[in-house]
Design a protein around this ligand. Structure first.
Ligand SMILES: [Zn+2]
Length: 194
């Protein structure tokens, strides 16, 4: 997996409820050097060792609690008790885990980051027609519904939207009128005129 793609996958995971903890057995499947790369970028931070890990000894992946032991020469080792393989040493790497940081959010795919598109501030043809029929031609929403072969509920919805848009337009035009009373700032316009 390319770095860019990997960042997007991890970003989605950080945002989701799947969890933002990466276990060592996952890292083992990553391309060589990817872990260091992500840590250097600040996308992952090392956190304290896991107390329970997926069994690295068998394909069952049962959860096991590594037991910490110290050899006669003082070296620390970890051991797991696998239900299939019995007692087995485990590479301490498998206890490590990392947390995905919030920094990764800037790699979220655009489609997930973008907010809902704003509705057009202009009335649609349908909204204009319905508004005119009800308020200018004094038709009932039921009559309009029959004309458009839809439900009255639908007509009310369109009317409501039309009213909301018109109200927004009115408040905008008032603020435009007010702004016209202010002295005009012509800075930066010379280059266009010239
Ligand atoms: Zn096992």
């Amino acid at each position: 997996m390319e770095l860019k793609e990997h960042l997007a996958v991890l970003a989605k995971r950080e945002k989701s409820k799947v969890g933002n903890i990466i276990a060592a057995y996952e890292v083992k499947r990553w391309p060589e050097g990817r872990l260091d790369e992500l840590v250097d970028m600040g996308m992952l931070i090392s956190i304290e060792n896991a107390t329970t890990i997926k069994c690295p000894c068998c394909s069952k992946g049962c959860p096991v609690e590594p037991i910490r032991g110290t050899a006669n020469d003082g070296t620390v080792y970890y051991e797991v008790l696998c239900t299939k393989e019995g007692s087995s040493d485990v590479d301490p790497f498998y206890l490590k885990q990392w947390q995905i940081t919030k920094k990764i959010r800037r790699f979220l795919p655009k489609t997930l980051k973008r907010r809902k598109r704003k509705a057009s501030p202009d009335l649609s043809q349908r909204e204009t027609d319905i508004y005119r029929m009800v308020y200018a031609e004094n038709k009932t929403p039921m009559e309009v519904a029959i004309t458009f072969k839809c439900t009255a509920q639908n007509i009310y919805k369109h009317l409501h939207n039309a009213e909301k848009k018109l109200a927004a337009k009115n408040s905008r035009s008032i603020s435009t009128e007010r702004s016209q009373d202010l002295p005009h700032d012509k800075r930066g316009q010379e280059s266009i005129e010239g």
